[in-house]
Ligand binder design. Structure first.
Ligand code: HEM
Ligand SMILES: *[C@@H]1O[C@H](CO)[C@@H](O)[C@H](O)[C@H]1NC(C)=O
Ligand SMILES: *[C@@H]1O[C@H](CO)[C@@H](O)[C@H](O)[C@H]1NC(C)=O
Ligand SMILES: *[C@@H]1O[C@H](CO)[C@@H](O)[C@H](O)[C@H]1NC(C)=O
Length: 224
């Protein structure tokens, strides 16, 4: 085979073989995966009902920085400040980090060293979304965990809530999402909470003459 043909083959096969996720990925190596994750997640959600929203958001923040590789779970050490300790202060939920750790611990008894934390996070998120009334969807497996987790890479890959609609549409487009997909994903905010600092200015301190941003529906504020 000539070199150009070999190179071409490499380019064709590498991306496909690396990106192949499947429903059967752990069928032989960890057949009880789904039930172990389901049991762990159910117990955690019943004891701490904020787990669902926290985990959905954790998954989003993991995926947007370096892909869905669980790099958001990595702790900082003396030579590296990890994603989860970025300046943006993501206020990531302890319950979300814990539910993945619990499932991973349970899995180590049955199939040690087999299941990636990124697959656990993807499955746990799906189960939690379904448990709180969202849709059920199939999750294909086979993600590998990343070893790179740098706080410095977070700011450029997440977007703050005070940006314009145009910026936000563009941000999702850069990540490969259409506007329709962006709107669907934003439905994630159907559950969970936000700290006041994210929106208080728009209610109490909009500009010099008007306290509340007229685009906010004040009826819904009163109900809240
Ligand atoms: C334009 C993109 C987005 C922005 C600017 C944004 C911003 C925010 C902010 C500011 C909060 C409140 C955090 C806090 O005060 O602690 C929040 C919470 C949340 N976000 Fe997003 N978000 C975005 C996209 C998404 C997507 C795509 C999902 C998932 C599909 C998601 C899921 C959540 C959830 C579930 C919460 C609640 C977390 C909890 O209660 O613990 N967000 N988001
Ligand atoms: C992050 O924000 C939360 C909520 O506003 C606050 O309680 C916490 O102290 C902040 N953490 C850091 C490290 O700034
Ligand atoms: C949005 O908020 C951040 C942090 O609070 C601030 O640094 C930035 O200037 C704000 N951006 C806009 C467009 O208001
Ligand atoms: C404040 O916002 C209101 C509503 O958008 C607008 O009519 C008004 O001109 C603004 N005032 C200043 C000083 O920017």
């Amino acid at each position: 085979m000539t070199l150009p043909v070999l190179l071409l083959l490499l380019f064709i096969t590498i991306p496909f073989s690396e990106s192949k996720l499947s429903m059967e990925y752990y069928k032989k190596t960890c057949p009880d995966l789904e039930s172990i994750v389901r049991d762990t997640v159910t117990l955690k959600q019943m004891a701490n009902p904020t787990t669902a929203a926290g985990t959905l958001r954790l998954f989003f923040h993991d995926c947007m920085v370096e892909g869905c590789d669980a790099s958001i779970l990595i702790s900082s050490n003396h030579i590296n400040i990890a994603e989860r300790d970025a300046d943006i202060n993501q206020s990531l939920s302890g319950d979300a980090l814990e539910v993945v750790a619990r499932a991973k611990t349970a899995l180590e008894l049955t199939c040690p060293g087999i299941v990636s934390c990124s697959d656990i996070l993807a499955l746990a998120t799906r189960n939690l979304v379904t448990m709180v009334g969202g849709p059920f969807y199939n999750v294909r497996l086979g993600r590998k965990d990343g070893k790179v987790s740098q706080a410095a890479r977070v700011e450029a890959n997440l977007i703050r809530s005070n940006r314009t609609m145009e910026d936000i549409i563009n941000y999702f487009a850069v990540k490969g999402f259409t506007i329709e997909e962006m709107v669907a994903l934003s439905g994630g905010h159907t559950i969970g909470f936000s700290h006041c600092k994210e929106f208080a200015d728009r209610i109490f301190n909009y500009n010099r003459t008007t306290a509340t941003d007229p685009e906010i529906n004040t009826q819904s504020l009163l109900k809240g």
